[in-house]
Write a protein that binds this ligand. Structure first.
Ligand SMILES: Cc1cc2nc3c(=O)[nH]c(=O)nc-3n(C[C@H](O)[C@H](O)[C@H](O)COP(=O)(O)OP(=O)(O)OC[C@H]3O[C@@H](n4cnc5c(N)ncnc54)[C@H](O)[C@@H]3O)c2cc1C
Length: 439
């Protein structure tokens, strides 16, 4: 046996799982294909700029108690965002502080339908409704921009359920970014004797009643590692990928209920570009009207949403498009996306030349093309009502599942959801090993 528990993936879920098993007498081994921790949390530090560019997760959504507690342990804090929102057309932005996520309440009506419908189909019924047409339009934009989902595929009932179960889009940020929280998780793991194997790609998981054998390739070498249990935290995009070569296979195949669940959870797509400038020049544009701007949204642009780092004043702007708008940008190079974001930001301010003159650099990460993610975060497809819970269910006493997609209490797609699922799967694994007299 190479370990009692093998944890596959060193993102939020994997680190949280390993950390909560670590202090016990069990031997824990974390296998990670990248050469770093964090998974879909990835910072880029620009010298001189106060805030890191978060190329993956950036905000803390909803109450997120576990994240906030860990931040406190790491000596950090969550800070509320505040600031103004501006929306509209080029050079003519208007203040609009409506919480656009409140439009998602419209999906509550889908619960009384005889069967689930796609977001697209559900919202179509409001096209001729003068009172609700605008709410329906905002709800569609919310599904694309916030859930990163394709309205033709996303389940209206799943969105209603997630909102009913207490998810909300009130947002805070970890002061100084997510880095310190992830370092805390890693340091606690190491202090508890958890071993990490980086640049170690899992290819096959063979599972049976008493344990698992995990085939990995690491720096050109293949080997098989054995443990009494495995916690799989792989992104759904990786688990589902079939292409030329599947990333992962299970032996025997996963049970039908698990495969069915995977078929109903999709990866949402996002293009997120960080831009940094010589000064925060937008604060001076229009005689300072955008001095307290947090969000900008401009309709009809390939990249429609931009945000500042308020309440921290910084020279960093983040550009964002989610859902089909992000898919439409597939194939563009990093340089083309940075140029598109810079132009879009200049245009929304009506200050293209000023933006160019102030521009220092930009960066993006291609999450959809990243073979270790294959998308940004998950959403539930039509008819996938309990797919997240089914994906979370253990298989026998040796195979456990965690990761944002397995979060079934409205926190799918978030860091906090991933952390909680890691801790849940760790408790399940420990209990199962206890049954076998190991814990
Ligand atoms: C652009 C973007 C913006 C986001 N914004 C936010 C936000 O503001 N707030 C928020 O809460 N969430 C946000 N998210 C979502 C959040 O990042 C994820 O929900 C969370 O980080 C997922 O954690 P995880 O542990 O489930 O998965 P991951 O972080 O993906 O961890 C899985 C790990 O498995 C590894 N792996 C993959 N394949 C293999 C293999 N074959 N062998 C070994 N290891 C493998 C991966 O490298 C990865 O490290 C965002 C995501 C993206 C991409």
């Amino acid at each position: 046996m190479d370990a009692d528990v093998i944890v596959i993936g060193a993102g939020a879920a994997g680190l949280a799982a390993a950390r909560s098993i670590g202090p016990r007498t069990l031997r824990v081994l974390v296998l990670e294909a990248r050469d770093r921790i964090g998974g879909r949390v990835l910072q880029h530090r620009v010298t001189r700029i106060a805030t890191p560019a978060e190329l993956g997760a950036e905000f803390i959504h909803g109450p997120a108690e576990r994240t906030k507690a860990l931040l406190r342990e790491a000596g950090g804090a969550a800070i509320d965002m505040g600031g103004d929102s501006w929306i509209g057309e080029s050079g003519e932005l208007q203040r609009n502080d409506d919480n656009f996520s409140s439009s998602a309440r419209i999906f509550g009506g889908s619960r009384s339908l005889p069967s689930d419908e796609s977001v697209e189909r559900f919202l179509k019924r409001f096209e001729d409704d003068d009172a609700l047409r605008e709410t329906a339009r905002a709800a569609r934009a919310f599904v694309e921009g916030f859930e990163a989902a394709d309205p033709q595929v996303a389940s209206a009932q799943a969105i209603a359920d997630e909102w009913e179960s207490g998810a909300d889009s009130t947002s805070a940020r970890p002061l100084g970014g997510y880095g310190p929280l992830f370092e805390l998780l890693r340091n606690d793991c190491e202090a508890a004797g958890v071993c990490f194997a980086f640049s170690t790609r899992v290819r096959r998981i063979s599972w049976h009643r008493d344990g698992v054998a995990v085939d990995v390739s690491s720096l050109g070498e293949s080997k098989t590692l054995r443990a009494r249990a495995a916690i799989v935290t792989l992104p759904v995009g990786v688990l589902r990928h079939r292409g030329d070569e599947a990333e992962i296979s299970f032996e025997p195949k996963l049970p039908a209920a698990k495969r069915e669940a995977l078929a109903h959870i999709e990866m949402g797509h996002v293009v997120k570009v960080a831009l940094w400038f010589r000064t925060s020049f937008w604060e001076r544009v229009g005689r300072g009207r955008y001095h307290n701007a947090a969000f900008f949204h401009i309709d009809g642009q390939p990249i429609p949403t931009y945000w500042t780092q308020l309440p921290v004043r910084s020279e960093l702007i983040v550009a964002w498009v989610g859902g089909p708008g992000a898919v439409a940008l597939y194939g563009l190079s990093q340089a083309e996306l940075v140029e598109m974001a810079l132009l879009g930001f200049g245009q929304l301010l009506g200050e293209v030349e000023l933006a160019r003159g102030e521009f220092e650099g930009g960066l993006t990460h291609d999450w959809s093309g990243d073979p270790l993610a294959r998308g940004a975060y998950s959403y539930v497809a039509v008819g996938g009502g309990n797919a997240r819970a089914a994906l979370a269910a253990p298989v026998g006493e040796s195979l456990f599942f965690a990761g944002e997609a397995t979060s079934s209490d409205g926190q799918g797609g978030t860091v906090n959801g991933a952390i909680e699922t890691g801790e849940r799967a760790a408790a399940q694994a420990v209990a199962a090993l206890g049954v076998k007299g190991i814990a």
